[in-house]
Design a protein around this ligand. Structure first.
Ligand code: UDP
Length: 271
């Protein structure tokens, strides 16, 4: 039996309360069609940069309000949920999820499609996944030359192979990948799950190195990526902005609840 999601709002964005095993169980159910028919699952793995982007980009904000599940990708989101609601959420990242989702697809003989990243990278990522998961069927891969190519302008064979896939991984970086998904999902009738996975193809292909586990656990993965790719500094400015907004939200809700006295914090923040 599937537990109903009770998301936590972080600066207006719903963050799923599903634990990892519940998330993957939901995906399994979706792929078998057990009680979860239309529409397809659209998963966004949310980090603080995405939340800040959604504040300044109205279109992106609306897309995040319509996606099926927004997981907590990034220590910043976990911190915010703990700080605002006193609750723990599990981190579910694109990179960690891809392999597990591919294993579920292999067990159920459901094909996957990899869309995005550089041409050599996406093909290498598919080859590495097939080597690790022998029964995995990859219906195709494609690296678009721009971020906003509509489905109908893709090469005919790419359109065909993408249409055959049950699961589509989109690696174009946020917010471009979520906007692409939002625009094109209705043109993919066989798709049961679509997820934006950021730089995951680079990690799986081995063209970018993921931070060691102990750094990920200590919440310093962002620093590792910044040292390896200093050009990310511009994006990192969003991290203190995110923290500041969360602190301000908490203090404004505290002022409100001091006035109301009896209102519980979670209820107040959710208002
Ligand atoms: N990317 C792309 N086309 C673009 C911009 C980005 O294919 O116009 C790819 C890029 O090659 C990388 C992925 O999108 O594989 C996003 O990486 P990023 O590091 O931005 O994602 P993050 O993991 O930070 O979300």
């Amino acid at each position: 039996m599937l537990k109903k999601d009770h998301p936590y709002q972080v600066l207006g964005i719903d963050i799923s309360s599903y634990k990892k095993d519940e998330f993957f169980y939901l995906i399994e159910q979706k792929l078998t069609g057990d009680g979860l028919p239309e529409p397809p699952l659209f998963v966004v793995t949310v980090n603080p940069e995405i939340v800040v982007q959604s504040i300044i980009d109205n279109e992106f904000r609306k897309i995040l309000a319509r996606s099926s599940i927004n997981t907590a990708d990034g220590i910043g989101i976990r911190w915010a949920v703990k700080f605002l609601y006193g609750k723990e959420v599990e981190r579910i990242t694109g990179s960690d999820s891809m392999e597990t989702i591919c294993r579920i697809c292999a067990q159920q003989s459901q094909p996957v499609f990899l869309y995005g990243a550089m041409p050599g990278v996406v093909q290498k990522a598919a080859d590495n996944l097939k080597e690790k998961i022998p029964n995995l069927s990859v219906s195709g891969t494609y690296s678009p030359d721009r971020i906003d190519v509509p489905f109908e302008e893709l090469p005919a064979d790419t359109q065909y192979y993408m249409s055959c896939a049950s699961v589509i991984f989109v690696a174009l970086g946020a917010p471009g990948q979520e906007k692409w998904i939002h625009e094109n999902l209705k043109k993919l009738p066989n798709c049961k799950l679509i997820i934006g996975v950021g730089g995951s193809f680079d990690f799986i292909a081995g063209s970018a190195k993921r931070a060691p586990d102990w750094l990920c656990r200590s919440g310093l993965e962002w620093m590792y990526r910044l040292i390896r790719e200093p050009s990310r500094w511009r994006r990192m400015i969003k991290l203190p902005l995110f923290a500041l907004n969360v602190l301000l939200l908490k203090s404004s809700s505290k002022t409100k609840s001091d006035k109301k006295k009896s209102t519980p914090v979670q209820q107040d923040l959710a208002d």
